[in-house]
Write a protein that binds this ligand. Structure first.
Ligand SMILES: NC(=O)c1ccc[n+]([C@@H]2O[C@H](COP(=O)([O-])OP(=O)(O)OC[C@H]3O[C@@H](n4cnc5c(N)ncnc54)[C@H](O)[C@@H]3O)[C@@H](O)[C@H]2O)c1
Length: 438
């Protein structure tokens, strides 16, 4: 069993403290608020949360949880600390780190005087780079010790929801953490080992980003549901019924499908349907800011790819894929076609390898080039020989992945490659390789 100090007895801190104590660990809670410290030591929960009154009463009576404002006492009597203080927005909207900084300073000063190894694990929500840019420097300065060697550092975001916090603690949807050192990683692995949940052990920054991604995703889901509800109501429909039906599809709608960062959406349906619902909302005097933002964001992704290609200074660009997705010759509102057209307009020579669009022309299908109204001379730009297209290009844009092209694309190392889909899961931007979101 571990000995853990928890800094900040707010919603996150007190739930973690009580649940860890219930699991048999020895927990010391630390706060600057005397009222909260007294409440805990009297066996009372300082916050209102389902089941927490009984839990705090039980673990305090069992001698497993106590509270103090004495930082040195807490550090000396535990081997790991969780930092759970608030991170309210700063006036400019940035994450407010003043409480986290102060606690790191206090913990660092106590760690300076402690001989045994101590792990400092941040649980407060902090933007990517905060551990490395703020917490670690403050801890090192205050302790005079080296992070990762003479004391441990971890980032272990909390995902609980108030009102179901204890339930969420024992049945979490997600566990992810990062650690600078093995000792801290082992503590976190051990604390989570009995939970029925996949554990993602990552680096500090990824763990920080996962927390924001989770919260922003929740915020976007609420906003989306509300916007659909408002538009449905404006049509005399029940938005809750509409959303329930949407959510019954676990194959596409409520699944990882469409959740992979990459290039803009396109095709014959999504762009026109977003426009049409946005128009209907406007006709019904119903604001639809999210629908506006969706089209704006999609356009920005095309602009981003264009800027990446322009920075390569290439005058001859080879496109792998031009239809709106692999496996089809359909070019209706293909963002790749739009991207190619913009380059052509600026004088860039564009050649295209797309086996499906090529096949349609080779078979003399009457619908060959279907949906293309932006790329001039499409047929003449098609090159069915990938090697010769690569050879004749200054830069390669990978828009669609075709299985039999992968080996050759992965081997390209003598010219810029702008990858909009990811030819290899392990590739990240560097040297001549530029992934749009990786
Ligand atoms: N509330 C949630 O549901 C939730 C869920 C997940 C993550 N988070 C994140 O966890 C963090 C904590 O959130 P919260 O809602 O528990 O905050 P909170 O405001 O309820 O509690 C913070 C506690 O920290 C204490 N504190 C401030 N300075 C201190 C210091 N120097 N030393 C010791 N204690 C100090 C405060 O007195 C307070 O009791 C935030 O970053 C938040 O974004 C919150």
């Amino acid at each position: 069993m571990a000995r853990i100090s928890i800094f900040g007895i707010g919603y996150v801190g007190v739930v973690a403290a009580a649940c860890l104590a219930k699991d048999g660990h020895d927990v010391i809670a630390v706060d600057v608020d005397a009222g909260k410290i007294d409440a805990i030591n009297e066996g009372l929960s300082p916050i209102v949360e389902n089941g927490l009154d009984d839990l705090v009463k039980e673990v305090v009576a069992a001698g497993k949880l106590s509270a103090t404002d004495d930082v040195e006492y807490a550090i000396n009597n535990t081997s790991a600390s969780f930092v759970c203080v608030g991170t309210p927005s700063a006036p400019d909207g940035s994450v407010g780190l003043k409480y986290v900084e102060l606690v790191c300073q206090n913990i660092g000063a106590a760690v300076a005087k402690k001989d045994d190894f101590h792990s400092v694990i941040i649980r407060s929500t902090i933007v990517p780079g905060s551990c490395e840019g703020t917490c670690i420097p403050v801890l090192e300065a205050a302790s005079g010790k080296k992070a990762g060697a003479e004391f441990g550092v971890g980032y272990y975001p909390e995902f609980l929801r108030e009102s179901t916090a204890i339930e969420d603690y024992y049945d979490p949807g997600l566990i992810a953490f990062g650690a600078l050192d093995d000792a801290t990683r082992d503590i976190l692995t051990d604390l989570n080992k009995n939970l029925n949940c996949q554990i993602h052990t990552v680096d500090l920054r990824t763990a920080e980003m996962v927390k924001y991604t989770s919260n922003i995703w929740r915020a976007i889901k609420v906003t989306f549901a509300n916007e659909i509800g408002n538009i449905a109501k404006s049509c005399g429909l029940d938005g809750q019924s509409v959303m329930e039906i949407l959510c019954s599809d676990h194959k596409v709608n409520m699944s990882p499908y469409f959740m992979r960062p990459g290039f803009a959406f396109g095709g014959s349906c999504l762009p026109k349907d977003v426009r049409a619902l946005r128009h209907l909302a406007a006709v019904n005097n119903t604001p639809a800011p999210l629908l506006h933002a969706v089209l704006e964001a999609n356009e920005a992704q095309i602009g981003k790819a264009e800027a990446m290609i322009n920075s390569s200074k290439a005058t001859k660009v080879g496109f792998v894929g031009i239809s709106f997705k692999p496996g089809t010759d359909d070019m209706r509102e293909s963002p790749l076609a739009e991207l190619a057209a913009r380059l052509i307009k600026t004088g860039v020579v564009v050649e295209i390898y797309d086996p499906f669009v090529h096949e349609a022309y080779a078979n003399e299908n009457s619908t060959a080039g279907r949906g293309n109204d932006v790329v001039p001379d499409l047929k003449d730009r098609l090159n069915p020989d990938l090697s010769s297209m690569i050879e004749g290009s200054d830069a390669i844009v990978v828009g669609n992945i075709y299985k039999d092209t992968l080996e050759e694309l992965v081997a390209v190392n003598d010219k810029p490659m702008i990858d909009l889909t990811r030819i290899s899961r392990t590739r990240v931007s560097g040297d001549d390789y530029h992934g749009i979101c990786w």
